[in-house]
Design a protein around this ligand. Structure first.
Ligand SMILES: [Mg+2]
Length: 185
């Protein structure tokens, strides 16, 4: 079977990693409780930043957010490697900008994800993921973002949402822990 995955906040805990970097850069000590209470994908609000300032900070730290010590979610690496060893195909579909594609692949490989160049798609807009998912005829697709999953509802691909406070309104199957995938293969 073909399994497709978003990367950021689906397989790796990027927002929390960025939140911790914001604390460091802004010399603040906003608690993780505030982080977990956030109902938005964006994380700037507890730092007293508006949307524009938040975007500027994110953009200025982007490489540090992407390519340092962002932790994968528990069992994510093991589960994806197991999928491959069971003969399944693992695809990545990330809306990170194209300029970060090679470095993202390298980083993902280094932390232990199974990556084939031919199975790695990078640099599309959120709403463009659907065309790739259709063309690949994925059996399963996993993402965290309402703006993406809401475009996919008519598909035959089985959709799963990685559980976060900002996607509670979505009525898809939910992944809390990647070990749950064992039921599927
Ligand atoms: Mg994501």
């Amino acid at each position: 079977m073909k399994f497709g995955f978003d990367i950021d906040d689906t397989l790796i805990n990027l927002r929390q990693h960025a939140f911790e970097l914001y604390n460091k850069k802004l010399k603040k000590n906003i608690t993780l409780e505030s982080f977990h209470a956030l109902k938005t994908v964006e994380i700037h609000e507890p730092f007293g930043l508006n949307a524009i300032e938040g975007k500027q900070l994110w953009d200025s730290l982007r490489e540090e957010i992407y390519f340092t010590t962002c932790p994968p979610f528990p069992s994510a690496i093991e589960t994806l490697n197991e999928l491959v060893s069971h003969g399944h195909e693992v695809y990545y579909i990330t809306a990170r900008k194209k300029q970060f594609a090679e470095k993202t692949k390298d980083w993902m490989r280094e932390v232990g994800f199974p990556i084939l160049d031919s199975h790695f798609y990078c640099g599309m807009e959120d709403h463009e993921k659907i065309a790739i998912i259709q063309a690949l005829k994925l059996d399963y697709y996993f993402d965290d973002k309402p703006a993406v999953l809401e475009t996919l509802q008519e598909q035959s691909t089985k959709l799963y949402v990685k559980d976060h406070p900002y996607n509670q309104h979505l009525e898809f199957n939910r992944i809390n822990d990647w070990a749950q995938l064992r039921e599927l293969y």
